[in-house]
Ligand binder design. Structure first.
Ligand code: NAD
Length: 245
């Protein structure tokens, strides 16, 4: 039986890298997308290939419509199919609303929301034709509850939830499932520069009294991508130590 094929956007580091590793080690043929860190993407490819995985790296800025098209079409050309799309690429540009520059709003929406649209749109055509597929959007608890200094990011992360629910409705009769994951505080480059007092305050609000790891998110992606989740679609699942309930 041929392997299933997965694309992970923004997969050269952090949560995306952990997802890429988990899917490759679970037997998926993997397309690892990166925007600028070619060396890191290559290192992940080589590491996974050494373990027997089939891994291709594809440079694409997902916020660019044609780049996203090229990324999705690569799956068709190279493997003849696309089974799983994980929309992980994301950025933050934090500022309190009165101080937030228009550009900071636009850039975050362009990558997090438009980038997810670009990839889902092109993937939908492939998955509709093959009458199967799974899409997983990496949202955030911030998209559910808002956050000081993150009006742009919260809007983008709430947006990818609305988009996912619409795709779940459009895709259901084609055997396509779509779900979102809302991570809480996960230890990655995105969060490592937060001041100590902010980290302490956040810990107080987490019932499990710890921050999450990228692998905690990757484990859920693996489950949602698999047939064990064949009756789950249109859902947002938090990986947040109980922070939001
Ligand atoms: P990260 O900054 O380590 O990784 C983000 C990745 O996305 C990077 O590899 C980056 O190069 C890539 N990327 C950015 N813009 C891109 C573009 N235009 N095209 C292609 N790739 C692009 O951050 P992370 O913590 O690993 O975050 C991964 C995802 O998880 C993001 O969507 C983030 O919003 C979300 N998230 C993270 C946390 C957390 O606590 N770390 C919490 C909730 C949600």
């Amino acid at each position: 039986m041929e392997n299933k094929v997965a694309i992970v956007t923004g997969g050269s580091r952090g949560i995306g890298r952990a997802i890429a590793e988990k899917l490759s080690e679970s037997g998926y043929d993997l397309i690892l997308n990166y925007r600028s860190r070619e060396e890191e993407a290559l290192a992940v490819k080589e590491m996974l290939e050494a373990k027997g995985g089939v891994v291709e790296i594809v440079q694409a800025d997902v916020s660019q419509f044609d780049d996203a098209k090229k990324l999705i079409q690569f799956a068709k050309k190279r493997f003849g199919r696309l089974d799983v799309l994980v929309n992980n690429a994301g950025i933050t540009k934090d500022a309190l609303l009165p101080l937030m520059k228009e550009d900071a709003f636009d850039q975050v929406i362009e990558v997090n929301l438009k980038g997810t649209f670009n990839c889902m749109k092109h993937a939908m055509r492939v998955m509709m034709k093959q009458k199967s597929g799974v899409m997983i959007n990496i949202s955030s608890v911030v998209g559910l509850m808002g956050n000081i200094g993150q009006t742009n990011y919260a809007a983008s992360k709430a947006g990818v939830i609305g988009m996912m629910k619409s795709v779940a409705k459009e895709g259901g009769s084609f055997g396509i499932r779509a779900n979102a994951i809302a991570p809480g505080f996960i230890k990655t480059a995105m969060t490592e520069n937060l001041p100590e007092n902010v980290r302490e305050e956040m810990l107080k609000a987490i019932p499990l009294k710890d921050f999450g790891t990228a692998e905690d998110v990757a484990n859920l992606v693996k489950f949602l991508a698999s047939d064990d989740a064949k009756y789950i679609t249109g859902q947002v699942i938090n990986v947040d130590g109980g922070m939001v309930m």
